[in-house]
Ligand binder design. Structure first.
Ligand code: GRF
Length: 172
């Protein structure tokens, strides 16, 4: 699991594995690119191996080589991006081709990138949601695996919408 922050999607995966909803799965390693990401503490509380590989100041390729090496050392089969706020290099994608999943808080291909919930509100769509997809070299792009729809309410703010989408993210 790669993350940069809160780690609630990581926890949803860990809960689903613990409950037997994802058979034959084990979280081998959590990697954060940011020190102090709350997701790291959540991993420690569950006794799941976690480490920081700081991305600050590094070129994308140099950084990704470090992460790929750590993932290979841990012999991972599948890489889940759970709030990992970085674009992957072509090198990274090639190393784990077809074995990288991301979750994004919009109905892709609408509203890729940052602040997807705000983008949806500003555009005025009536439904948004979340998308799990395989990852390619482009931002929030690649074959879609699953989506869930979340209706937008007239009084929604980016925060209220994000909270309702997040509940669906955890389920999906
Ligand atoms: C989620 O909204 C996810 O879709 C996006 O980043 C957020 C991460 O939240 N890619 P969390 O760290 O899993 O709580």
């Amino acid at each position: 699991i790669l993350l940069s922050g809160r780690g609630s999607n990581f926890e949803a995966l860990a809960d689903s594995i613990a409950a037997g909803r994802i058979p034959d799965a084990r979280i081998a390693l959590v990697i954060s690119n940011r020190e102090g990401a709350p997701g790291l503490e959540r991993a420690a509380a569950r006794k799941i191996p976690a480490r920081v590989i700081p991305s600050k100041g590094l070129e994308r390729d140099a950084y990704d080589r470090q992460v790929v090496a750590a993932l290979q050392e841990a012999r991972v089969d599948l890489v889940c991006l759970a709030g990992f706020m970085r674009l992957l290099s072509p090198y990274f994608v090639q190393q784990f081709h077809g074995r990288i999943l991301n979750i994004h808080p919009s109905l892709l291909p609408s509203f890729p990138g940052l602040e997807a919930q705000r983008q949806a509100l500003e555009y005025g769509v009536k439904f948004s949601g979340c998308t799990v997809h395989f990852v390619d070299e482009n931002l929030d792009a690649g074959p879609i695996v699953a989506q869930a729809i979340v209706p937008i309410e007239p009084a929604d703010t980016p925060d209220t919408l994000a909270a309702r989408i997040l509940a669906e993210e955890h389920r999906v």
